[in-house]
Design a protein around this ligand. Structure first.
Ligand code: F6R
Length: 604
């Protein structure tokens, strides 16, 4: 995805900017560049149409380290292929104005036609070049006013840096929907960044800029304009530890993040659950308000949709609320049927997913009540929703979500218990769930202890090309998630279907070359699942079971601790993560950066 950083001043800008690019490299991009100035306004530019490491190698040999200001950017191609011509910054036709831009301009093709009609020419295929030529067309010798008038013409979303060679001491940023922070350090350094994480241990405090903000900088003095008036925004302290990311001794970030889960779950529950009193702290669920909800819809993409899906089962089953999960791309085309007792929950690890954000804005336009559940503090979804809850899973670097799947799933269970408590509740069942929740971190440790055993299963499985993931009820979203994770990083074909559908059509698909991974804990569905297991075994097809007790023979078995229906999904999810990880690792895949995927999908 696209990331912009700007640094000023007085340390070696090249090393700092490259370090930031490296920190966010895992989020995927297809070109990167930096542009720096020194005291005497000597400039230097370097770019790579592939890896940041290539750019870093080019820069390592540079002797001159007097550059103290600069900008770095990664581009993820949306308009026009990955070429030098399409790489930022882009210049206006007269060469006097230059810009760098994140996100996309939706009405760019109409605007481009109008500019061509006015004799403007284009040297790239990007939507960005439209903005810079509009700046030239509307230029009135006042950079601020020109930027504000162009802001009214372009249709979102963007964070744009504008410079003008006729006003070398000035700089303008405009933003709408695309995240942008201004930060500073105690050493008088100034930073702009589209992501806070990159700045950990550099900045001391930060200002999160809001939609339509225009920032005018003259010689490092800055003013924020909202509605053409100078305005003040909150200055927040930088939470360095929450934002730092390191792989420690693990081979991959994904493996480290899988192993972090017992701790992240404890962190998610801390301050929200009092296990001694067996109670939930109501102030931490302030996001739920005092409404007696009659309908809850979760909206998310990909893995987060599986969190919502599992969460709605809990809301239906425990809190007895009509709840359903929606993937944004389908939901945005449907009527929302909002009523005063309905709630929309937006789930997102990054809190920046453009698709989820867009649906959120649509729900808000219809006055729907919204709650955000996000992992990244200060993210756009947290700021846009009426209320929010932080998952507290810590930074997740691996593109394939693991801890950012399990921890919000725990939070959704806590929410369901909270709403259940306020309604009609079976005390004995509630207490049983609370007791088992307290043991959840240690149960997950037991699953993690089987990593070597799961790797030995992976050694057999990697020779197959197709896999089937089966489940029922609470295990339904989990098998869908395990299958998603499996194909995401192994690149092997897998399908996930309800076990009840087996004899309706899926038996036609399976054969001895098509192993089934079956989530089969001793839950309410166990007996029904067992007959499906026998159907598969009778045909001598291959089967790998994830269960808590051995009852039958299976080709491969992963044993999880015995617990209750509400807790099993977390354990089968972790077993599935390890299985996907080991198969992918044995296949030598780039686990932390699966091909064609980005960690944070900030374009539609
Ligand atoms: C897959 C995965 C993705 C994300 C999806 C939404 O492992 O992580 O499917 O869940 O792109 O991203 P967020 O959670 O940032 O909104």
């Amino acid at each position: 995805m696209c990331w912009i950083f700007w640094y000023s001043w007085s340390k070696d800008a090249i090393s700092i900017l490259v370090h930031w690019l490296e920190r966010l490299e895992y989020r995927w991009y297809d070109s990167a560049w930096i542009y720096v100035n020194n005291w005497k306004d000597k400039t230097f530019r370097a770019r790579s149409v592939w890896k940041v490491s290539e750019l870093a190698t080019k820069l390592q040999s540079m002797k001159d380290r007097t550059y103290i200001k600069g900008i770095a950017h990664t581009r993820w191609a949306t308009h026009g292929w990955v070429t030098e011509e399409n790489t930022h910054p882009h210049q206006s036709n007269n060469g006097k104005r230059s810009i760098v831009h994140n996100w996309i301009i939706e009405n760019y093709s109409k605007l481009k036609k109008e500019l061509i009609w006015n004799w403007f020419t284009f040297s790239s295929e990007t939507d960005t070049e439209v903005i810079v030529n509009l700046l030239e067309k509307h230029f009135n010798w006042d950079m601020l006013e020109t930027a504000q008038s162009v802001q009214k013409i372009i249709r979102w979303a963007y964070a744009v840096l504008i410079v003008n060679s006729e006003f070398p001491d000035e700089m303008i940023w405009i933003r709408l929907w695309s995240p942008l922070i201004y930060a500073s350090s105690k050493q008088w350094e100034h930073f702009f960044s589209s992501d806070a994480q990159a700045l950990a241990w550099y900045a001391d405090n930060m200002v999160y800029l809001e939609d339509w903000d225009v920032i005018h900088i003259v010689n490092d003095e800055y003013n924020i304009y909202a509605n053409w008036e100078v305005t003040k925004r909150n200055i927040e302290d930088f939470d360095q530890e929450a934002l730092e990311a390191s792989k420690w001794d693990y081979k991959h970030f994904m493996l480290k993040e899988i192993y972090e889960q017992p701790n992240t779950i404890k962190r998610t529950m801390k301050w929200r659950v009092n296990f001694d009193a067996m109670s939930l702290h109501s102030e931490t669920f302030h996001g739920m308000g005092n409404e007696d909800y009659n309908k809850i819809v979760t909206v998310a993409c990909g893995t987060m949709n599986h969190v919502g899906w599992l969460g709605t089962y809990r809301l239906q089953n425990l809190a007895k609320i009509s709840a359903y999960s929606e993937i944004w791309s389908e939901y945005e085309n449907k009527p929302f049927f909002i009523n005063p007792q309905s709630l929309h929950i937006f789930l997102s690890q990054s809190g920046e997913t453009a698709d989820t954000l867009e649906t959120l804005k649509m729900v808000k336009e219809q006055w729907g009540k919204t709650l955000g559940i996000v992992n990244v503090v200060w993210s756009s979804i947290a700021r846009e929703t009426d209320d929010w809850m932080y998952v507290r899973a810590g930074t997740e670097i691996g593109v394939a979500s693991t801890k950012a799947f399990v921890t919000p799933s725990v939070l959704m269970l806590l929410l369901s218990l909270f709403l259940w408590k306020r309604r009609w509740m079976r005390l004995s069942k509630y207490q049983q769930i609370m007791r088992e929740l307290q043991h959840l971190p240690s149960y997950i440790e037991t699953v993690l202890d089987q990593s070597d055993h799961i790797r030995s299963i992976a050694m057999d499985l990697l020779w197959y090309k197709d896999f089937f993931f089966l489940w029922r009820w609470y295990q339904y979203p989990i098998a869908a998630e395990n299958s998603l994770k499996f194909k995401e990083i192994t690149y092997l074909h897998s399908e996930a279907y309800a076990a009840g559908e087996l004899k309706h059509w899926s038996l036609a698909l399976i054969d001895e070359n098509f192993p089934t991974i079956f989530n089969l804990p001793h839950d309410e569905m166990y007996e029904q699942n067992l007959s499906n297991l026998q159907e598969i075994k009778a045909r001598k097809w291959k089967i790998c079971v994830i269960w808590d007790r051995r009852v039958e023979d299976a080709d491969w078995q992963i044993t999880i601790p015995e617990t209750i229906d509400e807790i099993y999904p977390f354990l089968t999810a972790v077993a599935g993560q390890l299985l996907a990880y080991h198969v992918a690792d044995l296949l030598w895949n780039d686990i932390d950066k699966p091909r064609n995927l980005a960690k944070s999908v900030t374009v539609k």
